[in-house]
Design a protein around this ligand. Structure first.
Ligand code: SF4
Ligand code: SF4
Length: 694
């Protein structure tokens, strides 16, 4: 690039577009949803608090809620690799079971003209019947309370992002509408051990921590209100300060060692029959003047006299309205015996402490009475031997990093070796023949490992994906789902400071390496080489910046056009899909390789938008790593003529925007047989001075 002003203007334009970002929203209205969920289903009014529609069904004379339907882009717009979220239509039933998941729109490069949408549709078909209270993982181990979704080869990272979107969106609806826990995923909590039972009396239950006890006297309650407007308002408390206000015992009744020991056999059975899988029952036994069940209490409803919290989040307790009898031998002072239920979806975690609160309210005044409220609290921690520990919560992208660890190690070692080689390029290039073979071996590794095995071909799509995500104000967290690409991108970004684009384009680009092999084959076959005049060469080199500008602008303004324009890059066809694709794409990728046999790396030098982007980003380069002599350019032009990339100016200056760090010129610099100034120097040293005979 002759002038820096064009890229700078381009950057300014990009920043303006970023500032004018708009978020992608859902697309379907109620009519379209009604078409997709026909009779006997009915689509209700969109919920006021979140973008989800209830689904109803006529059941006799009653209208029954059968689920909720929503678009994932409205609730969890997690960008995919094009920077745009995959939008899915998700329907769940009132228990959090998936009724259906359908793809509404997607821009994943691998599913656009690559693998096609069929594998994606097959993937989302796996959600049907899976429950939000299970752990749903892509390629996970499966097993109890887990659902394993089969991944899609070559698209694992994309479907992991999709899974994250589906679960995040569905959990939001389940929490808002289905009573699911607000802060805890039901799949990530401890489980009661139904197999553990030990006969115990009430005293042993208390000692074991299964029965919590709170005994409060009138004077204690009075002390709670002391200093407030509520002090001294309870005449009975003042008259009988030592009388019992409440004597409360609480037990986790669905834990067998608690419930079976406290209740008689028929009551224990009745309790079990009323609970759905995963539900919890708590037993409150109280006596004293303050009860759990007030006179106004309606059985089967939520009691106002006791509340449950976990992690400061309230969980609904509902009276089971069961007539229960204590087991013979249990002699606890109980005038009230109430079984309360917490539904499975609430995410009550047996591994975390419970906090029970009994609100006490006093009124002062008659016309506009002042309400003064205090709380009695009771903490309950289920002993560890009665539950199975919850699994450690790991972010979804962790699995990608775990699975790719061997590849990351190989890549890390390879990149360290490359860094050393380029840093000591003089040593590497000392022997031109050895350098040529080392390079071929390296490029073979790049094609086979980085390209085909690790699927880490960096591409312009990585850049447009980031731009589109930033433009829409979305997180870049999706990058974490493809560890190889992310790791390589970070290293390449750092390499720009030392070598400009050359470290990547010369050594780490699988398609670039393929072109180099094609060029080598062309030479072996003695194919005639196209001679492009220097003036035309300079003009053509600018073309790639035009391609880059078109792609970047379309990614921000016309994403659908961008999806087509990025196909100028043959990387997806040649590397990601291994040439298994529709023939026009294969012809383009193969044709460019054939062209490389007669015109050295034609695509790299003239068309590649990613190479152009790296050349622009490479302006941050701080070092001049290519060794030069005073004679380079004046008068010597050897390197200039040998540089296959035309990256050396007539003055001898290296144009790093075009330099691929192939080190061919360094090998010449180091060679006594190739470097003209060195040859001359050597000749001079060898010449025998003519000394006049005395
Ligand atoms: S110019 Fe493009 S194809 Fe060539 S090596 Fe660089 S990124 Fe790869
Ligand atoms: S020969 Fe050309 S491309 Fe290769 S290192 Fe030298 S200047 Fe760069």
């Amino acid at each position: 690039m002759r002038s820096h002003s064009t890229p700078q203007r381009l950057l300014l334009l990009l920043l303006l577009l970023l500032a004018a970002s708009l978020a992608l929203a859902g697309t379907l209205g109620r009519d379209e949803l009604a078409r997709r969920f026909p009779a006997p289903l009915m689509v209700g009014e969109r919920a006021a608090d979140l973008p989800a529609w209830p689904l109803f069904k006529q059941n006799g004379t009653a209208t029954q809620l059968v689920g909720y339907v929503f678009e994932s882009a409205d609730l969890a717009p997690i960008p995919g690799f094009a920077g745009v979220p995959i939008n899915l239509l998700v329907a769940i039933d009132p228990q959090g079971v998936f009724l259906d998941v359908a793809v509404l729109s997607q821009h994943e490069p691998v599913f656009l003209d690559g693998l096609g949408e069929a594998p994606l549709l097959a993937f989302v078909g796996q959600y049907k019947g899976a429950s939000l209270s299970q752990s749903i993982e892509v390629g996970g181990a499966g097993g109890a309370n887990r659902v394993r979704l089969d991944g899609v080869a070559k698209a694992t990272a994309s479907v992991r992002i999709l899974n994250q979107s589906v679960l995040s969106a569905a959990l939001q609806v389940a929490r808002a509408k289905l009573g699911f826990a607000a802060g805890r995923d039901p799949s990530r909590i401890g489980r009661i051990r139904a197999d553990v039972f030990a006969p115990m009396d009430a005293r042993a239950l208390q000692a074991a921590g299964l029965l919590a006890h709170l005994r409060v006297l009138n004077r204690d309650v009075e002390a709670l209100f002391a200093g407030s407007a509520g002090a001294g308002l309870d005449a009975q408390a003042l008259a009988q300060p030592d009388a019992v206000f409440i004597d409360l015992y609480l037990a986790w009744a669905s834990v067998p060692s608690a419930g079976r020991n406290l209740l008689d056999a028929p009551s224990w059975r009745r309790l079990g029959n009323r609970l759905e899988p995963g539900d919890h029952a708590l037993l409150a036994l109280s006596s004293g003047r303050h009860g759990i069940l007030s006179e106004a209490f309606v059985r089967g409803s939520v009691p106002g006299a006791i509340a449950l919290r976990q992690d400061r989040l309230p969980l609904e307790l509902r009276d089971l309205d069961l007539a229960l009898t204590l087991a013979p031998g249990v002699t606890l002072p109980a005038t009230e015996l109430v079984a309360l239920r917490v539904i499975a979806q609430a995410g009550l975690d047996p591994a975390q402490p419970l906090e029970f609160a009994l609100p006490l309210t006093r009124s002062k005044g008659i016309v506009y009475p002042e309400k003064i409220t205090r709380e009695l609290r009771l903490r309950y921690q289920l002993p560890a031997r009665f539950y199975i520990e919850p699994e450690a919560v790991a972010p979804a992208w962790h699995a990608s990093w775990r699975n790719r660890l061997p590849h990351l190690i190989v890549l890390g070692v390879a990149l360290a070796l490359l860094g050393l080689g380029l840093a000591y390029s003089k040593g590497l290039a000392r022997n031109a023949a050895r350098l040529a073979w080392l390079r071929r071996a390296w490029l073979l590794f790049t094609v086979v490992f980085i390209g085909y095995i690790a699927q880490a071909q960096l591409s312009i799509v990585n850049i447009t994906g980031v731009l589109q995500a930033l433009r829409a104000g979305r997180s870049l967290g999706f990058l974490l789902f493809d560890p190889m690409t992310l790791a390589l991108s970070i290293v390449v970004l750092f390499s720009l400071f030392a070598w400009g684009r050359g470290a990547f384009c010369g050594w780490l680009c699988p398609y670039g390496a393929l072109q180099e092999f094609a060029a080598w084959a062309g030479k072996l076959l003695r194919l005639p080489q196209l001679r492009i005049k220097r003036r035309l060469d300079l003009r053509l080199k600018r073309a790639k910046y035009g391609v880059l500008a078109a792609i970047v602008l379309s990614s921000l303004l016309l994403p659908a056009l961008c999806d087509r324009l990025v196909e100028i890059e043959p990387f997806k066809t040649a590397i990601t899909l291994g040439f298994v694709r529709a023939w026009p794409f294969v012809a383009w990728a193969g044709g460019l390789l054939a062209l490389s046999m007669v015109s050295y790396k034609f695509f790299c030098r003239y068309l590649c938008p990613f190479g152009a982007a790296l050349a622009l980003l490479g302006k941050v380069r701080l070092l001049d790593t290519i060794l030069r002599r005073a004679e380079c350019g004046t008068p010597c032009q050897t390197c200039r003529h040998r540089c296959a990339y035309g990256a050396i100016e007539a003055s001898g200056k290296v144009q790093y925007d075009e330099c691929f760090q192939c080190l061919d010129c360094v090998a010449i610099y180091e060679s006594d047989a190739l470097c003209a100034p060195r040859i001359l120097e050597k000749k001079r040293a060898r010449s025998i001075p003519i000394v006049p005979v005395a």
